[in-house]
Design a protein around this ligand. Sequence first.
Ligand SMILES: [Zn+2]
Length: 96
Amino acid sequence: MTVKNVDWIISSRVASASYIVPGSLTANCAKCGELVLVSPSTLEIRQGSHDSQFVCMECGFAMMEKDGSEVMELTPAQVREIEEYRGQPNEKSLRR
Ligand SMILES: [Zn+2]
């Protein structure tokens, strides 16, 4: 899938994560340095957008409030990861 260029990728802090998507890596928040989780689907976004930087949710939402930047829609791979976490696969989104 083609992902338009993104400046910032907002991720959960490792310290506050209640679930870790299998295969996740970690990175440091570009603003505060906290360790954040980077799921495989998020890595896919990064591959299409090499200049993007990771920020934690706290810093990311504070930045959005300040500059009014837009949030990219979830990718199908991100939706699948969320559904796996919930344990309730959505038939419609899994169908290809
Ligand atoms: Zn941060």
